[in-house]
Design a protein around this ligand. Structure first.
Ligand SMILES: [Fe+2]
Length: 185
């Protein structure tokens, strides 16, 4: 590209996407990056790469990422018919995007549908429900502990990255599936 278009503020208006090829870029610490940096992960859609693991009688989780250094875990939650995921309190941030159907929290007034984005903050206890005949699916990126309570408000269990890894690996072992290293950041 001969000249780069500049906006009135001086920056570029859009990334310089002219080269449909791999471009070598300068790197002061190439040896370190080559040794320690991983280029990202890829998890395809097949159940061999990550199966639907039952989460209670009416739900399943498809694990996509585990990060033990940051207690971060990402997955798709699938509730198969109208139902509830019990009251829980996050001790970290949650980001989510609806994929199919809708879900909501009894404590809030919004309803999240396909393509819609939500956040959940540490400290609030809430109760996820779906009213859809065909249930819901949503992608969740979660950080920190997730404390679950029974219907009387008694603490039951903490779900964190270790819980989610155990959930995935136990199912794989029981079903003769290989552990997919692409899930581990
Ligand atoms: Fe939540």
């Amino acid at each position: 590209m001969a000249t780069q278009e500049k906006s009135q503020l001086g920056g570029i208006k859009a990334p310089p996407s002219g080269a449909f090829k791999i471009v070598e870029v300068p790197e002061a610490h190439k040896n370190m990056i080559d040794q320690y940096c991983i280029p990202g992960t890829y998890v395809g859609r097949s159940e061999e790469e990550s199966p639907w693991v039952p989460f209670g009688d009416n739900a399943a989780i498809r694990h996509l990422a585990f990060d033990v250094r940051n207690n971060v875990y990402a997955n798709i939650l699938w509730i198969k018919s109208p139902g509830v995921i019990g009251t829980h309190k996050h001790r970290g941030m949650v980001w989510a995007i609806g994929m199919e159907g809708t879900f909501r929290y009894l404590e809030y007034d919004w309803v999240c549908g396909p393509g819609e984005f939500i956040t959940e903050f540490p400290g609030h206890a809430h109760t996820l429900v779906t009213d859809e005949p065909n249930g819901m699916k949503a992608f969740f990126w979660m950080q920190g502990a997730n404390e679950f309570y029974d219907e009387n408000g008694n603490f039951v269990e903490t779900l964190d990255v270790w819980w989610f890894m155990n959930h995935y690996e136990t199912y794989c072992k029981e079903n003769g599936l290989e552990i997919n290293r692409q899930l581990y950041l």
